[in-house]
Design a protein around this ligand. Structure first.
Ligand SMILES: C[S@@+](CC[C@H](N)C(=O)[O-])C[C@H]1O[C@@H](n2cnc3c(N)ncnc32)[C@H](O)[C@@H]1O
Length: 245
């Protein structure tokens, strides 16, 4: 019977149980699997990304988001993963409509779980402090998405109804991204969405979300660098569920 154990380098190992006399083992490098799954998604499921506008870097990519949605358009912006407010500051400076509202969601005590070898639980903590951005249109929801998102949306139902929605997903993690997409699906049939880490966990979260939820994504722009990092922007739309599609 296969067992999950640990070999000398601390990599997880799957192999036959002791005493069977069978050769050990299949080394499982989970990160390599993650990369392979995301690369597979990019080539197949998300191949439409490469037909979208390619931006040279993040600055052009963020600019493209604002131009596409419309700087003067009255919208709601929900940002998941705020940290010190670098992206929030950008959205608030560039989306100029006085009635536009920005809601930043974050624990502000960092990641709830290890993400990469270097970015462990608690990374990106601002010790509970939300950024002080001089814009009264911004407010924050502080806590774990998994605890507060449904309540926050219910409380803000009136504010969120009727205007176009832009969702910025920058929480890095598979768990956080998948959870947010699932909750939003119960409230919004159509919205703009941007992924800050579309080469990693956020990519797999979208793929798994779309396996279960009848949503389609139309990619509008992206940027990718030589190191393989990819940011993607598009439009999510609920569709009619049809088996086999
Ligand atoms: C990469 S940082 C965000 C960066 C930010 N958008 C910027 O432009 O600098 C990721 C953030 O996601 C938050 N985060 C991740 N998972 C979360 C969860 N489940 N609930 C609440 N916050 C979470 C972390 O606290 C962290 O501040």
């Amino acid at each position: 019977m296969p067992v999950l154990g640990t070999h000398a380098t601390n990599d997880p190992v799957i192999g036959p149980s002791a005493g069977t006399g069978m050769a050990v083992a299949l080394n499982v490098d989970l990160r390599a699997i993650e990369h392979a799954v995301c690369a597979h998604n990019m080539r197949n499921r998300f191949a439409g990304l490469y037909k979208a506008r390619k931006c040279v870097d993040r600055a052009e990519f963020w600019g493209d988001i604002v131009t596409t949605i419309g700087a003067d358009q009255q919208i709601n912006v929900l940002e998941f993963g705020v940290r010190q407010g670098r992206s929030m500051r950008y959205w608030s400076e560039h989306f100029k409509n006085p009635d536009t509202r920005f809601v930043g969601f974050d624990s502000f005590i960092g990641l709830p779980e290890d993400w990469t070898e270097n970015l462990k639980t608690g990374s990106f903590s601002t010790r509970g402090k939300a950024p002080d951005i001089d814009d009264p249109r911004i407010s924050y929801e502080i806590g774990w998405f998994q605890n507060m998102l449904p309540g926050a949306i219910a409380r803000r139902q009136q504010q969120l109804a009727g205007s176009p929605l832009f969702v910025h997903l920058d929480a890095d993690l598979y768990s956080a991204t998948l959870y947010v997409l699932g909750v939003l699906a119960n409230h919004f049939d159509e919205y703009y969405v941007a992924f800050d880490q579309f080469h990693l966990d956020e990519n797999r979260a979208l793929a798994d979300f779309m396996t279960a939820y009848p949503f389609r994504v139309q990619f509008l722009s992206y940027t990718a660098d030589k190191a393989g990092r990819c940011l993607a922007f598009g439009r999510m739309k609920k569709i009619w569920f049809e088996p086999g599609r």
